[in-house]
Every structure is written in C-alpha cells, then in structure tokens.
Write a protein that binds this ligand. Structure first.
Ligand code: DX5
Ligand code: ZN
Length: 225
C-alpha cells in the first residue's frame, strides 16, 4: 500500500478578509486537503463557523474538504456538511454515544468517515472504529483554538494507531492536528502520521505557498510507515 503525505491547511488561522486568496495559495502550492474546523461552543469553548464556509469555498477549490466537527451530537449536522461539499467528515470519540452509527451514516453518503481523539484519550480506543473509518485524527493540542503548543502525547498515539492499522490490514490514514510546524512535523511523520494539519504555520507565514511547500518536503523526507 502506497502511503502519501497530504497537507491539510486549517482555515481557522486564515485571513477571513482574504479567505479565498489564502485558500487558493495553499491549493496552488500543492496542499491536497483543506482542513475546516467547526466548533459549537459546547464540545469546545470556542465557536468557529458553520456550513456556509465550505459551501462558499466549494465552488472555488478542488481540494479534499476535510471537515473536523468539534461539536456534540454530530449526527444533526452530517447532512448539512455533506451538501456543503465535505469529502471527509471527522467526529470525536468524546463527543457523542452513537459514534459507529454516525460513521456508518457518513459512509452511506459517499463521504470518508474519520474518528478523532483528544490528546489525553487512550489511543487503544481507536481499534473499535477501524472497520468503519478511512482516517483517524490524533489531536496534538486541546481542541478549540489555533496557535497552541504541540502536546507530545500525540507521538505515542500515532505509533499505537500505526500498529493497530497495520494489524487491521485496512488502508487508513493517520492525521495529526495542532501545533505543527516545519521544525517539528518530523515528530509525527516518524511515528506514522501522513495527513498533516497546519493552521498558524501556514496561514501565519508571509509566503503561504512557500510554507506549504517547505512543510510538505520536510514531512515527506521524514515519513516512516
Ligand atoms: C484546533 C483545530 C486545529 C487548529 C490547528 O482545535 O482543530 O485544526 O486550527 O491550528 P494550529 O496549526 O495553529 O495549531
Ligand atoms: Zn482541526
């Protein structure tokens, strides 16, 4: 199975006065994914935005829309984000009870399901989801805000996820989200992560495209499966 590095710039840190141009800069620099953080003020202490953002961007970008739902009871909003153009929908292990039902529902709509764990959640919980997902998302900051410091527990979680995925024989990506920069991305790629979320390090850079290229290169050079 060939595993590729994919960059997923998080628009949470983009300049919303100039959102479309910021997004296009990442696409032109080769970022295959676009990370779209949806926060409800309940599961996390912050509110971001709803379906209007992906729906608006969808007409202008061919990137894989990687929608990260940090919301309680995500089932209520799956249809909305499906219609808004999501290609991947992530829900949280900690956010609801009927997780497998939600993941199956996401798949029934032709969208790739993903499960996420927070930094303090035991990665062993991921095993139960592997038959139902195409990606696991390991948080390397407490979800809720961009610009936080990388939490190293994500490294061990990636290694555990990699072993579980190998054992399952399924083709499942490992995504990591939070506090990643060119200088530390190797910590997670060396542990098996191949989908890299980056907000501040990309949209906070003067040259957004250059930041994508540089970080992709470093991730590719250091990726170990
Ligand atoms: C945090 C979000 C992240 C965030 C990452 O809850 O899920 O996607 O935007 O931002 P950085 O890369 O700045 O840590
Ligand atoms: Zn995210």
């Amino acid at each position: 199975m060939e595993r590729k590095i994919k960059m997923s710039p998080s628009i949470l840190s983009a300049n919303f006065n100039n959102l479309l141009a910021d997004v296009k800069a990442t696409e032109e620099a080769g970022a295959e994914y676009l990370h779209i953080d949806v926060m409800d003020g309940i599961f996390v202490p912050n509110i971001s935005f709803g379906k209007i953002v992906p729906q608006t961007l969808r007409k202008h970008s061919n990137q894989v829309f990687d929608v990260h739902l940090m919301i309680v009871d995500p089932m209520r909003y799956i249809d909305d984000f499906a219609k808004a153009g999501a290609d991947i929908i992530t829900i949280h292990h900690e956010a609801c009870h009927d997780r497998i039902k939600v993941l199956e529902y996401i798949r029934s709509l032709g969208i790739k399901p993903c499960i996420s764990i927070k930094p303090d959640t035991n990665p062993a919980v991921l095993e139960q989801y592997l038959p139902y997902v195409d990606m696991v998302l390991i948080m390397s900051v407490q979800p809720g805000f961009g610009g936080q410091k990388f939490i190293p527990s994500a490294i061990e979680s990636c290694k555990v996820a990699r072993e579980l995925i190998k054992k399952s024989g399924r083709d499942i990506d490992i995504e990591v989200d939070g506090g990643l920069y060119t200088y530390n991305v190797n910590l997670v790629t060396e542990a098996g992560a191949n989908v890299i979320v980056a907000g501040s390090s990309i949209f906070g850079a003067e040259d957004i495209g250059g930041a994508v290229v540089e970080m992709t290169k470093r991730a590719e050079e250091t990726f170990i499966w």
